[in-house]
Design a protein around this ligand. Structure first.
Ligand SMILES: [Zn+2]
Length: 160
């Protein structure tokens, strides 16, 4: 029987469960993770279950808008996100787990600042090699911004 860990934000409006052994804990030096000071575990999407309503979560998207960065709308705490490199995986805030102690685990330093910046209007503060997004043809103006790459559907366990 794989272990189940219980996660929550600070105010308790968002609660989730993670099942399975947590073997990989990482920091990331991308511009977003640095500001979140995030320490993260990761699991395939089927191993993370939201126990509260999706409406409690805010969503932040930037750059390619593939990753989905969720946070509690009430207390602002980062809870988990869909990964850009693996959109069918969730990374989660290891410090949101109320019954898991990462103190003795090795922490991997992921290199996020080397990932490409492909937003049409990147902030100069975002490190990373610049990639110019495809220019919209006339008549399809703004299609890049209005039609971000298709996202992986929610697993059945995650459907509201
Ligand atoms: Zn909260």
């Amino acid at each position: 029987m794989p272990p189940t860990y219980h996660g929550s934000c600070h105010c308790g409006a968002v609660r989730f469960e993670v099942t399975g052994e947590i073997t990989d804990i990482a920091t990331c030096d991308c511009s977003l993770c640095r500001k979140k000071n995030a320490l993260m575990g990761k699991v395939p999407e089927a191993q993370l279950r939201l126990l509260t309503d999706w409406s409690e979560l805010g969503l932040y998207e930037w750059n390619k808008r593939v990753a989905k960065h969720y946070f509690c709308k009430t207390c602002g705490i980062y809870t988990f996100h869909r990964k850009r490199a693996q959109p069918d995986w969730f990374s989660f805030n290891i410090h949101c787990l109320d019954d898991f102690d990462p103190a003795n685990m090795t922490v991997r330093a992921a290199s996020g600042k080397d990932m490409t910046v492909e937003a049409p209007d990147p902030r100069p503060e975002w490190p990373g090699p610049r990639v110019t997004p495809p220019q919209p043809e006339s008549g399809r103006a703004m299609s890049y911004r209005l039609n971000p790459p298709a996202t992986v559907g929610m697993s059945s366990a995650l459907k509201p």
